[in-house]
Design a protein around this ligand. Structure first.
Ligand SMILES: O=C(O)CCC(=O)C(=O)O
Length: 343
């Protein structure tokens, strides 16, 4: 995130210029252009840098699915156990809630250095992780390549915003991490290119006619705009499609999941400031008692007052910090604190 004071950028144009410089330095200008023009882009494994993240994420997903359902998904045979959200549409099953802290690979995914700058460009400073889910999908026996393969379940992701035109700048952005290959027959994400510019939801049946598959090899990530019409194609090949979705919202929006109440101590200990900020652990809002006022969530329950927090130091996981106001978001209370290591 550009660590420039709010008073020095203040407008969206300035913000985007700052972020654009960082994006350019990472070689992501083409991806940014696709996001602006089409509403989605694919970052390929070669751009993401590998380091075994794909393999670790697949293993984590299979392990957690087995813990939750009693059945280890069989990626080749196309079988998985019953989950709470099974069969929403098209023979797919969502693992929702409490997934993030189950594996360090997932924590790495939500703060990946190649996705965050693109998200920041559109969502602004201090954006949050809104939800972290997994999706397991198998062949739909009712559909074959011969009887037509159309996309289904089309929606935008701006679930909390009840008005049209849809918000611009967008309030939310999505990343779908393809843990297996994505082709149309594999049941890929279906999108309507440029539909994010329409700033409205699709009429029934409208998106199906215009949808195209987002095809990508395993290990890619699809980044897409919150106002984009999307769904997915039914799977007509054997085996499973595996996906994890990291969904983000702007700093001023309400996240879907309450991460501060769910991330484990081990998870926080093995991650840094960016992770704590994304899961809203350093938030000063969500006040419950008078003593909470201005006190970051991470300090709540310790009995520390605002004055003690501001004037002293705090210790977490063996590390001592001074807490400063972060004026890179705004210059007053809507900002968030910054934890500066003291030793
Ligand atoms: O790939 C899919 O099946 C749909 C994903 C989706 O709708 C989402 O991540 O919001």
């Amino acid at each position: 995130m550009p660590s420039v004071r709010w008073t020095e950028w203040k407008t969206w144009d300035n913000w985007k210029r700052l972020c654009g410089t960082e994006i350019d330095g990472l070689g992501l200008t083409g991806n940014l252009r696709e996001l602006e023009e089409r509403g989605y882009t694919v970052l390929l494994p070669g751009q993401l840098g590998g380091h075994g993240l794909l393999e670790r994420a697949v293993e984590a997903l299979l392990r957690v699915a087995e813990e939750r359902t009693g059945v280890r998904p069989d990626v080749a045979a196309g079988e998985f156990g019953p989950t709470l959200h099974a069969g929403s549409h098209q023979h797919q099953s969502w693992l929702q809630g409490g997934l993030l802290s189950t594996d360090a690979a997932f924590e790495q995914i939500i703060q990946h250095p190649m996705t965050l700058p693109l998200l920041e460009y559109f969502l602004g400073p201090g954006f949050l992780l809104s939800a972290f889910n997994a999706l397991i999908k198998r062949r739909d026996p009712a559909i074959s390549r011969d009887n037509g393969v159309t996309g289904g379940g089309f929606h935008t992701d701006v679930h909390l915003y009840p008005f049209e035109p849809l918000p611009d700048p967008p309030m939310v952005f999505n990343t779908n991490w393809c843990l297996t290959d994505y082709s149309k027959d594999d049941g890929a994400l279906a999108v309507v290119p440029e539909s994010h510019k329409l700033r409205r939801n699709a009429q029934p049946g409208e998106a199906e006619k215009l949808a195209v598959p987002v095809e990508a090899p395993a290990g890619s990530v699809i980044v897409f705009h919150g106002n984009l019409w999307h769904g997915s194609f039914p799977r007509v090949t054997p085996g499973l499609r595996l996906t994890v979705t990291a969904f983000y919202s702007a700093h001023y929006c309400r996240p879907q999941e309450h991460f501060p109440g769910q991330v484990t101590d081990e998870s926080v200990a093995r991650n840094g400031e960016r992770f704590r900020q994304l899961v809203n652990l350093q938030d000063i809002w969500g006040i419950e008692t008078e003593g909470d006022h201005g006190v970051p969530r991470w300090e709540r329950g310790t009995g520390a007052t605002l004055r003690q927090v501001q004037e002293g130091t705090v210790t977490h996981h063996g590390r001592r910090y001074r807490i400063e106001d972060d004026d890179t978001i705004t210059e007053h209370a809507a900002g968030r604190p910054r934890y500066v290591p003291v030793d």
